[in-house]
Structures are given as structure tokens and as C-alpha cells.
Ligand binder design. Sequence first.
Ligand SMILES: [Ca+2]
Ligand SMILES: [Ca+2]
Length: 433
Amino acid sequence: MKSHSRAADEALPQCGVRCGGRLRILLRLATGLMVGIQFLAAASKAAGISVGNAPPLPLTGTRIVKVATEPELQSAMSNLLSGDTILLADGTYNLTRSLYINGKHEVTIRGNAGSVNVVLAGRGIDNPNCGEARFGVWSNGTNTTIAHLTISQFIKVNPTDVAKGIGVNNGVVEYCWLEYTAGPPADHGAGIGYFNGISAHAARNWIIRGNLFKNLHNPDSAAYHWNAAVLMWRHSADTLTEQNTFFNVDRAIAYGLEDLAYSDHAGGVIRNNFVYLTPGLMSASRTASSDGAIIAWNSPNTAIDHNTLILNSNVINAIEFRFATSSGGAARNNLADAPIHLRDSATATQGGNLLTATPSLFVNPSAADLHLLASATAAIDQAPSLAAVTNDIDGDLRPHGAAADIGADEFVGGTTDPARFLEKANPPEQGKK
Ligand SMILES: [Ca+2]
Ligand SMILES: [Ca+2]
């Protein structure tokens, strides 16, 4: 089977619009993904906001440019200045052209509130009539923020110089909905089924928080079997990936892939994420080459703490560090039904992990709701305290009770919040099921 290679990535889909030449995709959402970028601030328990609710975001920006129609939106983009906030009125914007943030920085594109009130609709990468609307958003600017939107299509960001690590830094993708709904994308030059949820090159200090990645899964017939939903690589560093739910994805998170002269990724944190794979998702032959659901390959000093992974034997390892350059990292307090693996001379500190988890510990595992049941005493109050992890997937503070809980959920009693965003018919603004 093909591995995810640089050559493949540079053969990215061409579609007759501005996606060829020197452009490299930093952040790419394949056709059929639905993206609901809902809010930027972490859910605030203090404000009485339940999980899934979208706390209001302060409206900031040098200029606030209000738009209510697609032509107004395009006009705002044409006249874009660094520091602009484009504020979209509720509605669906059928894009006639991708939104290009070209050479501008500190740009925000957002709705007023919620996640489903504003929809940016592209035309689809596999649509021969995609025209100038192949992506939702394309950016080469730093500090790009996208919020309170649903985006049907791509977000694409172009780094300046991958080899020198000069990239598009400080991006934020929070509370997104990324669902693959239409089978693997056609072959656009990199093989059938080449996709990622988020694929970032030369990206530093990105935050990927509170998203749902669902059904990013290729059939065995596809050329690519292990596309990561979150792939941060090619001289990326210091990514924070937290509080996300990964449901039936081929690979959840990859920090680095290749054994290069430079760190493919460096530093960063992966914490408080749920990963759930339905039994039988993978064929046995595929499972045999699965490596891990969360991987740090050529990624030194990466901390992978307090994640919950129920893989149901689809993937051999819950977490894998690979290559000697992957040193100085840690895997602590993870709750999983698969091992932590050190491959090709990688090293990592390990402690507090419980790797014999069963579905019986969780509220509704088949729906990727891996919140702990009150009966999950093997995990509750069993984790050594980590100074760097002070909350959980819900924003509940750790430790609650006698000690912190193993895995992504700190059990605080009462009604357990469901996993986020698992049904479009259940808008996250309405919170609980
Ligand atoms: Ca506890
Ligand atoms: Ca909790």
C-alpha cells in the first residue's frame, strides 16, 4: 500500500483554478466534508454554558465588515485589509469563488454565533463545474481565524517555505465539523482516496480544538489507507490538538510522518481527545499495517496525554512514537484498548496509562461518546496529576474528586454530556441530546 508521501502531497488535486504551481496545501478538507466552525473560546462552565453550546465570541478586528450576500462577501474579500473581520449575516453563501486571504494577516471570517447559521458552500472538488469555488477558504496569511461557520469544501492555506519552516502560523480551527459523506474523493493526481481532515505544512502554534472528525475512512480499494484526520507535518511545530472527537477515521492524529533532516513536527500537545472505531471497520489485512491511531513520527518533545481511544482491534496501537528523533516526549494517563508502541528507536516517557479499557466503561461508546460511567472505577481518580493538563474534553477542571481520571473525560457526576456534534439534526447550540 502506498504511504502518505511528500511526492503524493505535491501531486495534489488540480482543478483548473488556483491550486496548481507552487501552492501547497496546508489545511485541506476533502469534498463531502462538512465543516462547522463554531466557536473559538473554550466552553465556559463558569458562564453556565453546557458542552456543545457556543459561547459568544468578542467581535474584534481593525475593521468590521458586515456582509449579507455572496456578492457582498466577495467584494469584502476583494477589498480585504490585514486586520479585517468579515462578519457574515446568517444564511447560505453559495460561493462563486473561493475566499482568498492572500498576503493579508490577522484576518477573521466569521458568523455572529453558533455553527449552523452561516454556511459557506463550495461546489465540490469532484464537480467538473467547480469553477472558481473549489475551496471555501484559501489563505497564506498568519493568524487566520475562522469561526461560527459551516464550510462545505476546503480550507486551504499555503506556507511560504516549508524547508525553512516558514509557514502560516498561529492558525485556529476550533469547533469544526468535518464529516466525510460521499465516499473517497476521486484521483486528482495523488491516488484515489487521498485526503486529510486537516493537513498542515510548516505550521507553528496551531490550535485544533473541539472538532468532530467523522467517517474520514477510505475503503480497502483506495490507494491511501491511513490518512490522518489531523496531519501536522513538514516542519510544523507546537501544535495543540485537544478536545476533539474522532469517529471512524482511518488515523486520528499524526504529528510528523517522515524521517527527514529536520523535525517533521516538533513539540506540541495531543490531549483530551476521544477516538472511537466501530468493530470491523478495518479488514484484518489492513489492521496488520495500521501502526497507531495517534502517531508522533520524527516529532520530538510531543506530549500525548489524557486521550481516550477505543479502537476495537481495528488499529494495532493506540499511540505510536517512531524514529530516534522522536524523543523527549510523553504518553501519560491515556485510556485505551490498545498498546503504546515505540518504533524505530523512538523513546517516550510513559505513566498512568490504562490500556485495557473496555466499552463497558463508557456512556455510549458506539456513538463515540467515551465519557466515563460512574462505574468506571478503574479510570476514575486513578491518574497521577499532570500539571500541564488542568481540564478535560468538556472543560471540566482536573482533578475533580480525589484525583484526576485516566483518559479524556474527568467524571464530575450528574448528567453526562454527550459527545459533541454527532448529528447534524442536533445543533450543538441546543447542547444535550
Ligand atoms: Ca477525578
Ligand atoms: Ca467531564
